[in-house]
Design a protein around this ligand. Structure first.
Ligand code: FES
Length: 165
């Protein structure tokens, strides 16, 4: 007889340890996967957000474009909305400006003040911006409006993340 013979007690210990370990792994792996899932998620191919605005319909007059997108914050997903002021410049290039005032963050409107036609106007403290988003000296805003990168996909406007100039 071999000296390495496994006793019945050892056999039961090995078997129970193996089966127990297998079952524990089966319960723990989904939990671990759930805990780290947001970290493992691939980000989208692009950070551009689709809008319902047809590029062909844009004119030289700034148009308010509202859009919505899904925001993922860890495990929490929510529907967010945003706005851009969009027009075509004299070279037919699409310009998309953030509506967030660079003074204290109110929302600017195109032609929002009758006394200042063809300007973006912030009603909170009378901030003014020219059509290209430049802040008018002597009014509260300290910088130009942020600009969205844009692209056209199947005729529709897509907006990137607004950036300062
Ligand atoms: S927040 Fe726009 S002018 Fe103050």
């Amino acid at each position: 007889m071999s000296k390495n013979r496994v006793t019945r007690r050892q056999f039961l210990n090995y078997t129970l340890t193996g089966v127990g370990g297998f079952m524990a792994a089966g319960m723990l792996l989904p939990m671990v996967r759930f805990a780290v899932d947001p970290v493992l998620q691939k980000k989208g191919e692009s950070d551009f957000i689709a809008t319902n605005q047809k590029v062909a319909d844009l004119t030289t007059e700034p148009t308010r474009v509202d859009y919505s997108f899904e925001q993922q914050d860890g495990w929490y997903s929510s529907e967010e909305t945003g706005t851009a002021w969009v027009y075509k410049d004299e070279n037919d290039k699409v310009v998309a400006l953030s509506p967030v005032c660079k003074h204290l963050g109110c929302t600017v409107n195109w032609n929002g003040d009758k006394a200042n036609e063809n300007h973006f106007y912030c009603p909170c403290h009378g901030g003014l911006y020219t059509k290209d988003g430049t802040n008018v000296p002597g009014t509260p805003p300290i910088a130009a409006l942020d600009v969205f990168p844009t692209k056209e996909v199947d005729g529709f406007l897509h907006l990137g993340k607004a950036e300062p100039r």
